[in-house]
Design a binder for this molecule. Structure first.
Ligand SMILES: [Zn+2]
Ligand SMILES: [Zn+2]
Length: 255
């Protein structure tokens, strides 16, 4: 299998073995058999994805027709109550799929089990959402939701930056990490009530003022949208510093 080549000539690594010539892959597969990361089914060396077809088929990707027009929450039509009350600081949020089942498992492998190479596969799903949303395409640049440097060291890579980097290559937009920082380390938000999450993130994100931000339309990239505490805090800070629109793209969202 040849690595996927994009129109801009960029080659990306979709599987751990993609970067090796076929002969090497054959040798490596003897000691490192190539399996679907979810169900462990053996995959042919030429298989282009790290997830087998049947696992991927179980993921229900969200479509425009079945979501809130602003926040992307599954909904028959129109706006959800939260968006009607204008509770969010962002202008549009889209997620590839609901955070459940196989999709949740894949994201767990990416975030918590060191499988950084999944970023190429996952960013393809972000790109598929991007090409369907005019507003996302109008953004001036991409900003990954930052993490504290100690968390980055612990994980060994910055998961939202890798997603943003691949998306930047596919869309031709620059990825800027200098504007938004996370100087405050906060405890894991998993399982905490919305109010607690909101107070935890207060002051955790800082924007470095820059003239490029003035009047800009930002595309924020994150992995999972749950209560929205992080995204709303980032959007608020970016707008305080001159951004006029903040659009958001995430791999997954809660119900
Ligand atoms: Zn599978
Ligand atoms: Zn909504």
């Amino acid at each position: 299998m040849k690595p996927t080549t994009h129109p801009d000539g960029h080659r990306e690594q979709l599987t751990p073995l993609s970067g090796f010539p076929m002969l090497w892959r054959k040798v490596l597969s003897l000691v490192y058999p190539y399996h679907c990361i979810i169900c462990q089914t053996a995959l042919p060396l030429s298989y282009p994805h790290p997830v087998c077809f049947s696992c991927e088929e179980e993921v229900i990707f969200l479509t425009r027709e079945t979501i809130c027009e602003i926040c992307g929450r599954p909904l028959a039509s129109g706006l959800c109550n939260e968006c009607k009350q204008r509770k969010n600081s962002f202008d549009l949020l889209r997620s590839a799929a609901i955070y459940e089942g196989k999709w949740r498992d894949i994201i767990h492998h990416y975030k918590y089990h060191g499988k950084f190479y999944l970023s190429a596969f996952l960013s393809q799903k972000l790109f598929q959402v991007y090409i369907k949303e005019r507003l996302l395409q109008e953004s001036d640049f991409i900003i990954p939701v930052p993490e504290h440097f100690l968390d980055r060291i612990k994980r060994g890579y910055h998961q939202t930056y890798l997603l943003a980097k691949h998306l930047g290559r596919k869309t031709g937009k620059s990825v800027i990490t200098a504007f938004l920082r996370k100087p405050k380390r906060i405890p894991s938000q998993t399982g905490l009530p919305a109010r607690q999450r909101k107070s935890n993130v207060r002051g955790a994100y800082r924007v470095k003022p820059d003239k490029k931000l003035k009047g800009s339309k930002v595309l924020l990239v994150d992995d999972v949208f749950t209560t929205g505490a992080t995204i709303n805090e980032c959007a608020k800070q970016l707008k305080k510093n001159g951004a006029v629109k903040v659009y958001v793209l995430t791999l997954a969202r809660g119900e």
